[in-house]
Design a protein around this ligand. Structure first.
Ligand code: GLY
Length: 316
């Protein structure tokens, strides 16, 4: 019965309603019929009017939904699917520290998630990041604070959620309007490698202020230069890759900080031990200069199969 009702939703969404024409012969108003578990129709939702290619997109979305809901593509994780508005814009990450009462907005960052240049290929844990985000101007930052950060902090209080720590807000900038994609209660990676080096305060002091909720008394001292991190990964990552490959040249890096992630020390040597091996962070007067410095350091480090994206910042 469950499969019958799910299938009905999809069939009607993808095939049934599309045959009902609107005013134009080439365009179709699409509706999704919602069914309860017993197969009874409970509502019909208009999802818009689609023409040409867009109509094909709707059909293809229907097949994906069938795979997830009926084919259990992701098991229990795809037993419910939320369909959201498509947001066309550029992503940025915003970080907030809160002691539960007060908050501080930390520097913005932009990460690069795809393995391939031009943001192509599989998603990774992050191939690099830049801070600050050049397009995050005062107007956008003000909207983020007023429309997203303050309601978030107030919402936590209203719901009696006592939270102290980092809030990571994943945003997309749609025509200068920030929209939330996700929340995390942690910092981001590899954003951390560009955000934290820019905060010159003693973090112990910051965390100690949480005890008496006096974060508001602390003035953040932010390095106004740009920081850029480039992640060196094992050949093949994020699919299969080898481990235990000797890394050389780290001692030749002078102007960058090298963070070890998927790396392991054995006696005097360092070996690869994961997909994302090292993150190299540098400063510059702008993100281009910071990137140049990180790329220069990346060229000094070697291990068989070393790969990194050489186009970070291409979209800024
Ligand atoms: N860089 C994205 C994340 O940490 O989730």
């Amino acid at each position: 019965m469950k499969n019958f009702s799910l299938l009905s939703v999809l069939m009607i969404a993808v095939f049934g309603v599309m045959t009902s024409c609107s005013s134009s012969d080439d365009c179709h108003e699409c509706h999704i019929a919602l069914f309860d578990a017993a197969g009874q129709e409970t509502a019909e939702v208009e999802i818009g009017e689609f023409c040409g290619d867009a109509l094909e997109d709707v059909e293809s979305a229907g097949y994906q939904l069938t795979e997830m809901l009926v084919g259990e593509k992701f098991g229990i994780a795809s037993s419910k699917v939320v369909i959201e508005e498509f947001l066309d814009g550029i992503e940025l990450s915003c970080f907030v520290l809160t002691d539960g009462v007060n908050y501080k907005v930390l520097p913005t960052a932009k990460d690069y998630k795809r393995i391939g240049e031009g943001d192509t290929g599989l998603n990774t844990g992050g191939m690099g990041a830049i801070s600050p985000v050049p397009f995050a101007n005062k107007t956008l930052l003000n909207k983020i604070e007023q429309n997203i950060i303050i309601p978030t902090i107030e919402g936590l209080k209203k719901d009696n959620i006592e939270y102290q720590g980092f809030i990571f807000i994943g945003l997309i900038n749609v025509n200068n309007n920030p929209k939330v994609i996700e929340y995390n209660v942690r910092m981001g990676d590899p954003e951390t490698e560009v955000v934290l080096p820019r905060i010159q305060n003693d973090f112990v002091e910051i965390f100690q202020s949480f005890k008496n909720k006096t974060l508001d008394k602390i003035e953040l001292n932010i390095d106004h230069r740009s920081a850029a991190t480039v992640v060196l990964v094992s050949g093949g990552y994020p699919s299969s890759y080898n481990k235990g490959i000797k890394i050389t040249g780290i001692d030749h890096v002078v102007d960058s900080t090298v963070y070890h992630a998927g790396a392991i020390r054995e006696k005097e040597n360092i070996y690869t031990n994961g997909g994302r091996v090292l993150a190299i962070t540098s400063f510059g007067n702008n993100f281009q200069e910071a990137l140049k410095n990180s790329y220069n350091s990346a060229s000094k480090i070697n291990f068989k199969g070393k790969y990194y994206r050489k186009d970070l910042g291409f979209d800024l």
